[in-house]
Design a protein around this ligand. Sequence first.
Ligand code: NAD
Ligand code: DAU
Length: 338
Amino acid sequence: MNRILVTGGAGFIGSNFVRMILDEEPGVLVVNLDKLTYAGNLENLGGYMKKANHKFVKGDICNGDMVEKLIDEYKIEAIINFAAESHVDRSISEPKVFIDTNVTGTLTLLEAARDKKLTRFVQVSTDEVYGSLKPDDPEFSERTLISPNSPYSASKAAADHLVRAFGHTWNLPVNITRCSNNYGAYQFPEKMIPLMINNALNDKPLPVYGDGMQVRDWLYVNDHCRAIWVVLTEAKAGEVYNIGGCNEKTNMEVIRLILKKVGKEESLIKHVADRLGHDRRYAIDAGKIMTELGWKPTVTFEEGLEKTIQWYLDNSAWLSNVVSGDYQKYYQDMYGNR
Ligand code: NAD
Ligand code: DAU
């Protein structure tokens, strides 16, 4: 696969993916289409913006004419769709943009991929489409019923169904990946791990939703990016793959570990009102991608968390630049009066 269109490549996971491909696959041309919403930032791409085999284009995945022009101009072979509205809390306060980008945007890309006869379409989806597990339930497998609980996960599930339908109806060669919670460098500080790291470093309260006993399966972002590349280059068309870190932790466990690693007191923890409809537990059975494609996580949680904390310590300028007025207002609305 030598000529790829990556959407959302200025966001957290997309930019980690783009940098990884530009570092490791010099023969690959990456066209990077991103709308640069509050979550997308060219600083995430830094010196990679100047690379000859990286073409950044500011634009919306809902703009079908532009997508088709890019496919023609750069002779694109495959699309990897990272572009999305990705934050559950925002989907609860403003669901509509999640439908616009995550559903209509994905549909627009699928139509372009079908009409231009691309050889692969990889949809970067999420374990949240499976809903929530009880403490003793088995992990999500690729056969678990889709039961999304938030507007975000419902929009991602709708997109997954469209991807499957394009594969079935028009034989478009598609794959869907469903990954657990990522953490690592360049994650926007509205998500739990960077939010808690940055609040702890600045002696601000750490807002824990409800009892903090919700469980997530954490995966270091570079391991997710490697999995997507393996799916793009080695998977059979039509297959769905779960991706996870085999690393279930309660939020309280993660938050206490962050406080310990940055040397701050647990008195910073502040329990706040719970997220509406909060999913209690996610857990991933990643056996299929491990067995069929030989992928496995390489970074342990302790190691990944230490690297992540160090990255935020070393990149305070990045942080102040990405944290725009939009985020300050959002944060104030979320936590200001609690
Ligand atoms: P992010 O919010 O950090 O980045 C999303 C990017 O998409 C941003 O650069 C944004 O500017 C861009 N974008 C948004 N709307 C767009 C539009 N209409 N047109 C073009 N670009 C647009 O998200 P992330 O955390 O990097 O997640 C990337 C993908 O991975 C998403 O599809 C998400 O559902 C999925 N995912 C995320 C996680 C996680 O833990 N973060 C886990 C599993 C799956
Ligand atoms: O599982 C994959 C999903 O993981 C991705 O599809 C989403 O794009 C990504 O945002 C993430 O969703 P979560 O809702 O699990 O992640 P978030 O970082 O928002 O929250 C993680 C947990 O921490 C969750 O139980 C809510 C809790 N939380 C979060 C925030 C922001 C808090 O207790 N306090 C907070 O301030």
